[in-house]
Design a binder for this molecule. Structure first.
Ligand SMILES: [Zn+2]
Length: 139
């Protein structure tokens, strides 16, 4: 799947603001976040439908979202963490991990439009580092 943008990110052929990585999973900043700290967690294997992932891979993705949700909560202090798998935009399974202040933060229209627009590279880097620094505390 050469044309898949997330496969290119996984292979380091496209830049991303990485927050977490292991053998199976990669997490990076969404560049059109609903709220600052909005992460995408993807399996390294290409599969458009999460229910078709090998169960072990799915469990690794979910384990990473659990750790990262704790890290985001510690780093950015949102009211709640939200989690969505939609998959209508990029055909590679990805979990949106979203710090939320309001129920509306995770409704479909806002999710698709991105509430915070296009943050600068500096902003994304700063937030990625802030979350990554809290991963150990969240294990
Ligand atoms: Zn892919």
């Amino acid at each position: 799947m050469e044309e898949c943008i997330f496969c290119k990110i996984v292979r380091d052929e496209l830049p991303s603001y990485k927050v977490y990585e292991n053998e199976t999973v990669l997490a990076f900043m969404d560049i059109h976040p609903i709220r600052p700290g909005h992460l995408l967690v993807v399996p390294k294997v290409h599969e458009p439908n999460f229910e078709k992932l090998p169960i072990e891979v799915y469990m690794h993705v979910m384990q990473a979202t659990h750790i990262l949700a704790g890290a985001i909560k510690n780093a950015l202090k949102p009211k709640k963490m939200g989690l969505v798998i939609a998959g209508w935009d990029v055909p590679h399974t990805h979990v949106h991990l979203i710090p939320t202040e309001d129920h509306e933060d995770i409704t479909s229209k806002i999710l698709l439009e991105g509430k915070e627009g296009n943050p600068s590279s500096e902003t994304l880097t700063t937030i990625a580092e802030k979350i990554a620094a809290k991963i150990k505390d969240s294990l």
